[in-house]
Design a protein around this ligand. Structure first.
Ligand code: DON
Length: 309
């Protein structure tokens, strides 16, 4: 039997000396205050075992990882109709790029680049006030993780609200093509709050477990999405979850994954486990440098790559 706890502790011990490598995101001023040496790993298997190392119980800003959960919510509300508003192709561009939007008529390439996530949040907002939509997203995360103390870091949300000029540009650009139903201020009010959700590696791994178990959370028995939908969300995470670093992540790790500029990564080993890592230093694509290495080591030691052991 694989000694998962031993593996997780070994990876943590080996990489700890390198913590601090990479660049902490500072374009959202509040994120720059985080200790770059933080490092946590959580592995939650589909049979309910939890393996932790390092700062796995400390909450951090999940940022773009929230896009997996708002995509799940939007699919639940609008079904396959969401694909009229956003594509399913890797962009090959930075997460906050605007260049393709003009050529492609205001339809973002995929739901994980910022433009695509903003379009998805616009759909989650349908029929709600921004406050209600934010409440729905927080409740959804609490339900998925089965944890009541998941909250939004209001200082991070305010910090991005004050400086998110690119996101305002993306939203207004899409609105100019008639591809956003609500005003940029309203959609981004929700988007900045979803990105500011604060969760620990343990909570995040638990929240993602439905994706590793064909749509049902094995810890609670809640059927979150169908088998088919879980498979499709995983496919999008694999092809688009690390932006223009998605190919490299698939090559090195071989698991569906979603990164955030807070330094977190959620990875899914279908049929096996949900994994969350956190280390704030980022690589050139805006993905956690040490977090990616930790997942590469985990996949190598467990044989969990979806491309074969
Ligand atoms: O919109 C932004 O720029 C941030 N709230 C989220 C970006 C992000 O996490 C990109 N991921 N690596």
């Amino acid at each position: 039997m694989t000694d998962l706890q031993g593996i997780v502790e070994e990876i943590h011990a080996r990489l700890s000396p390198r913590c601090g490598e990479g660049r902490v995101a500072d374009y959202i001023p509040q994120l720059a205050h985080v200790d770059p040496k933080k490092f946590g790993i959580a592995v939650v298997t589909v049979d309910g075992a939890v393996h932790l190392a390092g700062d796995a119980d400390e909450a951090f800003s999940i940022q773009s990882i929230s896009k997996v959960f708002t995509l799940t919510l939007a699919l639940g509300k609008h079904g396959e109709a969401i694909w009229k508003r956003v594509g399913r192709e890797p962009s090959g561009s930075a997460f906050n790029s605007i260049v393709q939007l003009e050529h492609e008529g205001g339809i973002p390439r995929n739901p994980f680049i910022n433009a695509g996530a903003i379009a998805i949040t616009d759909l989650v907002l349908a029929g709600h006030t921004p406050k209600e939509a934010i409440g729905e997203i927080v409740r959804f995360l609490r339900y998925l993780a089965d944890e009541d103390d998941i909250i939004i870091d209001q200082a991070v949300a305010r910090s991005e609200q004050a400086t998110g000029f690119r996101n305002f540009a993306l939203a207004n650009f899409m609105r100019s093509f008639g591809k956003l139903d609500h005003a940029a201020e309203l959609v981004l009010g929700v988007y900045f709050h979803q990105c500011a959700l604060a969760m620990s590696c343990r909570q995040l791994a638990k929240a993602g477990l439905f994706l590793a178990n064909s749509g049902t959370n094995p810890l609670t028995g809640h059927r979150v999405v169908s088998h088919l939908r879980a498979r499709r969300i995983n496919a999008l995470m694999l092809t688009c979850g690390h932006y223009d670093g998605s190919g490299d992540f698939a090559y090195r790790v071989g698991l569906p994954g979603k990164s955030g500029v807070g330094g977190g990564i959620l990875a899914v080993a279908p049929g096996k486990a949900s994994v969350a890592v956190w280390s704030p230093g980022l690589n050139e694509n805006g993905n956690s440098l040490i977090g990616s290495l930790a997942l590469e080591m985990l996949a190598a030691r467990t044989g969990w790559s979806v491309f074969g052991a």
